[in-house]
Design a protein around this ligand. Structure first.
Ligand SMILES: [Zn+2]
Length: 241
């Protein structure tokens, strides 16, 4: 019991010391605020895993566009090709989607082919309009037996991308579309300079991203050890901005 109290006292002393540094040092305060912000974001991600709901960014995070990604899906297409249905009424989004598709196709690592059939498309690109949410989101259905994707939906959030107050340039909108298509290919986030950097709109496709696609598709897809022949599909959300 005595030990318990001395432990409490130790923490109290640390807290008081910490508090003093916090209030008397601008740099420390800035660092702590950053840590608190990251912790909050992580908590939201954790919460989203627990509740199954997508994490939301706080109002103050609006302009920072911090990622609110939930778990990344694990999977890939059987081949390095997929059909995609793109039909945006908004010309900016339409152009951004086409530019992003052309950019991926130019890498030679994966080929998106446009289709006019929404019903038969492997991937559908569409819009969502949610404030306080990610700028983009990708939802993939995976055959859990083969590890292969069955279907994908890429959402571009008009509430962010088309609201001038967020200051999205055409380049960043295209980067966002490239990022979401990266998820639709099967890529995961990385904190490197990459189109898959969690913020989503900062970078275009890099050589490391092309390498990542080549690596993903040179290996065997994850296969389940289950002998059941029934097809189970699971859907996981990937939110991104
Ligand atoms: Zn993402």
């Amino acid at each position: 019991m005595r030990r318990f109290f001395s432990t409490i006292m130790l923490y109290a002393v640390i807290l008081i010391g910490f508090s003093w540094v916090y209030h008397n040092n601008d740099n420390a305060r800035a660092a702590v605020n950053r840590i608190a912000y990251v912790a909050q974001t992580n908590f939201q991600q954790l919460k989203s895993r627990v509740t199954g709901q997508k994490a939301t960014t706080t109002a103050s995070a609006k302009t920072q566009q911090t990622s609110s990604d939930s778990d990344s899906v694990s999977g890939r297409w059987k081949k390095t090709t997929a059909t995609v249905y793109v039909s945006y009424e908004n010309q900016t989004l339409q152009q951004a989607a086409l530019d992003a598709i052309a950019k991926w196709n130019a890498t030679g690592s994966f080929k998106f082919t446009q289709t006019s059939s929404r019903k038969n498309a492997d991937i559908v690109m569409t819009t969502m309009s949610k404030d306080n949410d990610a700028a983009g989101m990708t939802q993939m259905s995976v055959d859990s037996l083969t590890g292969y994707f069955v279907h994908g939906t890429v959402y571009l959030n008009t509430a962010y991308l088309l609201d001038p107050s967020y200051g999205y340039t055409m380049e960043r909108i295209v980067n966002t579309a490239e990022h979401e298509l990266g998820h639709a290919i099967g890529l995961q986030h990385t904190n490197n300079i990459s189109v898959m950097q969690p913020a989503g709109s900062l970078y275009t496709i890099q050589q490391r991203d092309i390498d990542a696609v080549n690596e993903l598709y040179s290996s065997q897809a994850n296969t389940s050890s289950s002998t059941s022949s029934s097809i189970k599909t699971s859907t996981q959300n990937i939110a991104a901005n």
